[in-house]
Write a protein that binds this ligand. Structure first.
Ligand SMILES: [Zn+2]
Length: 377
């Protein structure tokens, strides 16, 4: 299994200045590589490959000695990223995407990470040494497992630095088998409601930080372009963003862990997250993003633990069907938080009832796939 571990990097000013300098050199190389690709195409309608560009790196170091300070793998990675940007562009053209988005030149502050592969760095306890940059101190919140394939050092908008270790061969942590099945529905008021009647709300501190973020974003919009005040406002927005993201991550991890730890099969409504995020209502889009992230976390945590996540296709009557007798109560509106089934008289909480439906449908789907698998083998 693959896994990425992210840690905060600490160090003195000098080391971050050198890392900043690397980013700047990488950015210049990226732009030069892009310029070269464009001019080769302009002159003879042909393409220069990533490999050919890499072969020119020694010449670059002769002409611009400052590049000898940067690890060769880091420079190769810059050209690989450029190549990926090109491939993405051609793929989008081929797929007939209206806005193919030609690779762009990167302005100052628009290049914020560099990547190393097997060499040029060393991890020693709580220290990460990168050749020609120096020794960072790591805030090692959890141990790294598996084999480290690449490391990426990143400067975030808040000015804080992080490192990501991408590992493979991370051993899975299977949990003991569980027969418990649960259905989860997106609550309208709560973050989610499950088929056992539990509600999980967005934590209060997260809502507070989201309000702070919105306030700061409004301030930023009012500041005059390229003024000092705007610069300051942008940093404040970045800091609020980071806080919201951290608190939200924490909350989502805990919620996902809870379901993976307690249930063998987790049924969840398959929402069209992408379509929803385009919504321009900010508060709405924040909750949709959370939901999408929750879904991703739940899926990979379940996989790691040997648990199942069943996506239940969205179907109209989820909220209108009575989970007790199956009757569909057509005339319900979004405002009916509670309702009484006309056919059997059961009193329902809207979200709880939907969760029970998701659970039942998910269980049926799960049994069908299981039977299919049996009859194939
Ligand atoms: Zn009923």
């Amino acid at each position: 299994m693959k896994k990425t571990y992210k840690y905060r990097l600490l160090g003195n000013k000098g080391i971050f200045n050198r890392a900043d300098n690397w980013l700047n050199l990488c950015r210049r190389l990226y732009n030069a590589g892009l310029e070269q690709r464009m001019s080769v195409y302009r002159q003879n309608k042909s393409h220069i490959s990533c490999y050919d560009q890499m072969k020119q790196l020694p010449d670059l170091k002769d002409g611009f000695p400052e590049y000898s300070e940067v690890g060769s793998q880091v420079l190769q990675d810059v050209l690989e990223r450029l190549d990926k940007a090109y491939q993405g562009f051609f793929r989008r053209i081929k797929n007939g995407n209206g806005k193919a988005g030609f690779p762009r030149f990167r302005g100052k502050d628009r290049y914020d990470s560099f990547t190393l592969k097997q060499s040029g760095w060393k991890l020693d306890g709580k220290h990460l040494a990168i050749a020609k940059v120096g020794k960072f101190k790591l805030r090692l919140s959890r141990p790294i497992e598996g084999n480290i394939k690449t490391i990426t050092v990143r400067r975030e908008a808040t000015g804080k630095w992080y490192v990501c270790f991408s590992c493979d061969n991370v051993s899975e942590k299977k949990l003991p088998k569980s027969d418990r099945v649960v259905g989860i529905d997106v609550g309208i008021k709560s973050f989610l409601v499950d088929s056992e009647g539990n509600k999980i709300d967005n934590p209060q501190h997260l809502r507070q930080s989201e309000r702070l973020l919105r306030r700061r974003q409004r301030t930023l919009c009012r500041r005059i372009k390229s003024s000092h005040g705007r610069c300051k406002a942008r940093l404040l927005v970045a800091k609020a963003h980071e806080k919201v993201a951290n608190q939200r991550n924490d909350f989502l991890h805990k919620a996902a862990n809870h379901y993976v730890a307690n249930y063998g099969v987790i049924c969840i409504e398959d929402l069209n997250i992408k379509g929803m995020v385009r919504n321009h209502n900010l508060a709405k889009s924040i909750s949709d993003t959370s939901w999408g992230k929750f879904f991703v976390l739940l899926t990979y945590k379940a996989e790691e633990a040997g648990r199942k996540v069943v996506k239940v296709p969205r179907f109209e009557p989820t909220s209108k069907m009575c989970s007790a007798c199956g009757a569909i109560n057509q005339d319900l509106t979004l405002n009916d938080r509670q309702w009484i089934c006309k056919s059997c008289g059961t009193l329902h909480d809207r979200d709880y009832n939907s969760a029970k439906n998701v659970c039942r449908v998910g269980q049926t789907l799960q049994e069908l796939t299981y039977e299919n698998a049996q009859s194939v083998s």
